[in-house]
Design a protein around this ligand. Sequence first.
Ligand SMILES: [Zn+2]
Length: 410
Amino acid sequence: MRLANGYSGANHRSVKQSNRAAIFRAIHRMGPIARVDLARETGLNPATVSHIVEELIASGLASETGVRSPQRAGRRPISLEINPTAGFAVGLDLARHTITGALVDLSGVVHARVEEEADSPWREETAVPIGSRVVERLLRPLTSSQRDRVVGVGMGIPGPVSIRTGNYLAPRSFDSWRPVALAAELERRWQLPTFVDNNANTSALAALWFGAGQGTQNFVLLNLGVGVGTGLVLDGDVYRGNHDLAGEAGHLSVDLDGPRCACGNNGCLETYVSVPRVLQAVRSGSRRGRKGRAADVTLPEAVTALHAGDPHVVDVFAHVARHLAAGIVTIIYTLDPELILLGRELSAAGDALVVPVREEVRRRIFPAMRDTVRIEVSNLVDAPTIGAATLALREIFQAPLGARVRRGFS
Ligand SMILES: [Zn+2]
């Protein structure tokens, strides 16, 4: 246990554990990689590297690749890579109308995926049984050997949640349930440690470990869906703040005199940038007197119309882009990130949204930042479920061969 008083030391065992973790993560990130390169990358001496590598191979977490040839010419050193299927975790993404689950391996590859419809608003009587059934459908078909390699379950949920208590940190009218109830049920039923986090944080975690954020120390992921979910990665890890509430960028005011938001602020980013707001504008056609669309127009239909150059829809998305850019400028000036990633439904608009956002942001920030900060669409399909699974998978990366984490919610 690490004490949070600023004076924590490290005993022999924890040094060994952290060296193992460093080597395993280096193999994961850079493999196939030779022992000599591992020593250089980690700064550990070759004997320590060899010893730890042997432990990882013996445990099945890593294996050797490449052959040692007797001839000098064409000789390739034996390299190491992780065994992706040495560990699995279940990731659950609880969205507004669906619960999606995935069985994910150590490389972030989805081996099985299950989706069930859920009612909205959430109620405990439905959220817990549906979530449990999704996990059951993923775990039940596994052989006992596969089942033994499942290390835990991660849940990504919309809205601000405490990762310690598994409860919501702000009242939400559509959520009359406690995520901790599902977490406790899963721990009890499957005897697996279960983790809970906001689904923008899980998406950011997926991008950091397996997506466009790999190798990036500082980036911000904006999930453009029902609201604007924000995942912050600072100094190479998800930043959660004092109350697990860091990164509520959806409530950055982009217009002091804008409409009142449910949070109490005025002109919040998500009152301009959200799927419901876009659909409302596309349907109403009120902007510049353009003709609106049918009341049942869907977002994919709106995006198709955008790409086809429909003037009214182009106008709606230009309005979104301007406000999104204003929010991003504030984020950039606050955090100086290398990368802004856009995810979820509205990012499906692709370049038709991203290019005007980039241009508007470039116009508004310091020249020094202008040419380095990147704004891109998150390229990882299934990021929310993969990221939820990563909440559990990263325990292996933090403590390979370590004791299984204690259960916390049941
Ligand atoms: Zn607000």
